[in-house]
Each structure stands twice: as structure tokens, then as C-alpha cells.
Design a protein around this ligand. Structure first.
Ligand code: NDP
Length: 249
């Protein structure tokens, strides 16, 4: 089925690779107009060319979303450009893994700011418009790490447990405004995420673990997001926990 999102306006953060890139394409294939945000302009421009071919009239937003001011700006620019924002996909994130005793707190602060504060800020910025129109959908990308806390992932788990908690609180604040909030919690997905882990031994360990299983693909998460945002508006998929079949915890 095509055109299930005809002329809907979406903003995808972290769209320059992985899950965000696949999600932007999946939304565009269903007729949405799509704004895309991240830091790497070259990757965003490459994606924008593909989105334009699909008729998605892309808006490229180069932004460092570790700043909550930037997270709010991209929402406002999307609304100014298209006239509104219907679907906000809060996907941008990093995963810095290291034992607590050795942790670089500056790095962890940046992760907390990007994975949690920025997602809160963009959600906040989108609310006024969504409330005024009495519709809108916010999809937050958490992780299995927001449900199961593993050693070496303490701060990453803190960010993703934070996203899960924030999403449920937000849903309960806005459901009466006909605004939907969904949180997606993927297990191991085959993307660039692990390349940026930082701490060498932790990077080796997580890559070894990934090598033991058939990982999810970014398109699998994009499909799930598409499912959530194409339900009739009385249906809100609150939470989706999805692992590779081969992943135990
Ligand atoms: P990628 O590394 O491929 O994508 C991460 C995206 O976030 C990129 O587009 C990157 O763009 C963007 N990003 C990173 N830092 C910033 C920043 N400071 N400002 C703006 N954008 C930024 O990994 P994934 O696709 O896997 O990750 C997407 C989300 O999925 C993350 O929230 C991650 O935690 C979550 N997730 C991933 C899993 C996995 O196994 N891969 C499992 C569960 C959840 P750029 O560098 O251009 O800024």
C-alpha cells in the first residue's frame, strides 16, 4: 500500500546514517514530506537527493543536537518551512560504553545531553503546534538498554531508561490532546553506532557480541516505526521491544 502518509510532515533526527536514514526513506516512500537533521551535511545531502526523487521535498537541517537550543531550532525551522510538523522521530543518539570506574564524564555528559535532553527539548518544541491542531505523533528511539541494564553500559542505560520513562510520562500528559507518543526499543542493529563507542575494550566486546548473532537491520526498525505512524489515530502503539531472534538479553 502506498501513500499512507501523503503530505504528512515528518522530522527525523540522526538521519545521516543507520535507523534514521532508513526511516526517512520509509516515510518518504509513503508520501510524507521529510525534514532530516544531523551533523554530517554531506550524508544528509546524499539522502536528500534520494528523498527528492521520492517526492518528499526534503529539508536539510545541519545541527549538533547535543545542544538543546539546536534541538528546538530544527523543530521550529521544520514548522516554518512546511507550515506544521505531524511526526517527530527522535532518533539521534550515541552509545559510549565504558566501565564506571574508568568513565570519561565529559563524554558521558555529551551522551546524556544528546540522547535525553535534546530529545526532551525537541518534543517540547513540537507540542505547541501539535496541541493547537489536536494531532501529532512523537516516536522516541530508546533501546533494549532501556529495559535491561548491562555492565559497561551504565550511562547508556541511564539515557535509554530515561527515554522510556520520559516517553510514558509525556504520553500521559498529552493523550487528551490527541497526541501519540511511541517508544521503540531495539536490540542489536547493524549500524555505525558501535564504531563510536570510544573505549577500546568495550568496543571490541560489543562487536564480538554482535558477531555472534543475526542482527536487526536498520530497515527492520524503520518498518516498525512506519507501522506505528500509520495506525488509525485512535490507536497508539505505546512501546515496542524488538530483538534479533538470536539475542537473549
Ligand atoms: P548511527 O550511528 O548509524 O546513527 C546515529 C545518528 O545520530 C547519526 O545520524 C548521527 O549523525 C546522529 N548523531 C550523533 N551525534 C549527533 C549530534 N551530536 N548531533 C546530531 N546528530 C547526531 O546509529 P543507529 O542508527 O544505530 O542509532 C540511531 C538510534 O538508535 C540511537 O538513538 C541509538 O541509541 C538507537 N539504537 C541503536 C541500536 C543499535 O544496535 N544500532 C540498538 C538500540 C537503539 P551525525 O554523526 O551526522 O551527527
Amino acid at each position: 500500500m502506498k501513500n499512507r502518509l501523503k503530505d504528512r510532515i515528518a522530522l527525523v533526527t540522526g538521519a545521516s546514517s543507520g535507523i534514521g536514514e532508513s526511516t526517512a526513506l520509509a516515510l518518504a516512500e509513503q508520501g510524507a514530506k521529510v525534514a532530516i537533521a544531523a551533523r554530517r551535511q554531506d550524508r544528509l545531502e546524499q539522502l536528500a537527493a534520494k528523498l527528492a526523487e521520492l517526492g518528499a521535498e526534503p529539508l536539510v537541517l545541519v545541527a549538533d543536537l547535543a545542544s538543546e537550543v539546536e534541538a528546538q531550532r530544527i523543530v521550529k525551522e521544520t514548522e516554518a518551512h512546511y507550515g506544521r510538523l505531524d511526526i517527530l522521530i527522535n532518533n539521534a543518539g550515541v552509545m559510549y560504553l565504558e566501565p564506571v570506574a574508568e568513565a570519561d564524564l565529559g563524554r558521558w555528559r555529551r551522551m546524556l545531553e544528546l540522547n535525553v535532553l535534546s530529545l526532551i527539548a525537541s518534543s517540547q518544541a513540537a507540542l505547541a503546534g501539535m496541541r493547537a491542531r489536536r494531532e501529532g505523533h512523537i516516536v522516541n528511539i530508546a533501546s533494549v538498554a532501556g529495559r535491561v541494564a548491562n555492565p559497561n553500559a551504565a550511562a547508556y542505560a541511564a539515557t535509554k531508561f530515561g527515554v522510556v520513562g520520559f516517553s510514558e510520562s509525556l504520553r500521559r500528559e498529552v493523550y487528551k490532546d490527541n497526541i501519540r507518543v511511541s517508544v521503540i526499543e531495539p536490540g542489536m542493529v547493524d549500524t555505525e553506532l558501535r564504531e563510536h563507542v570510544g573505549h577500546e575494550a568495550s568496543r571490541r566486546a560489543v562487536n564480538a557480541r554482535a558477531g555472534e548473532m543475526r542482527q536487526l537491520q536498520a530497515e527492520d526498525i524503520a518498518d516498525t516505526i512506519l507501522f506505528c505512524v500509520t495506525r488509525p489515530d485512535y490507536v497508539c502503539i505505546n512501546e515496542v521491544l524488538m530483538r534479533p531472534t538470536d539475542q537473549e538479553r
